[in-house]
Write a new protein. Sequence first.
Length: 209
Amino acid sequence: MHAMSAPRPALADPSTGPSHVDGRKLRSEDSRRRIVAAMLDLVETGVLAPSADQVAAKAGVGLRSVFRHFTDMDSLYLEIGEIIAPRLLAAGRRPFVGTTWREHVGEFVHRRALAFEGLAQILRAVHLHSHRSAAVRAGRVEVSNALRTLLKSRIPDGALSPTAFEALDMALSFEVWSRLRDEQGLSVAAAKEVLSGLVDCILKTSDVA
């Protein structure tokens, strides 16, 4: 009698193997990156409220792919917010050159101006969408509070009156920068000069010595 040969192991289905799964995951991650990049590109070129169709076309993906990665446009705006927040906060976390807190505040003027100008279109888009979305508005407030905390960390307790600090926080906001650049039509250099003067006035007129 011939010995019975051992049964051959079943061949793995290549469509469910690790390499296939990894490839599918990489393609999914690539699609997500392209969607986010398309959104940023559209906004930075002046389309402040792009539609999902516009994002899909720019990214070279189907509309269904956009909503497979992002349940709605709010989710996409929140993703954009998470990308720009570290860039805004980094401006206040780098080492300062000055030795006094007043010099640090002066450096904030320059740093905020650079950050706001570089991210102006994206910030405008986020601010515009925040009027339509509670979630995006909450994210915007969270970033504003983080910027406020960074500013406060540079000012000794009791150095400014509460009113003066609120005025200073407002002066160093994107809303003020946007007003100077957009509504008043000032150049970057002129806007920085006005902002520096405004900050100096707030510091000088504080009712706390």
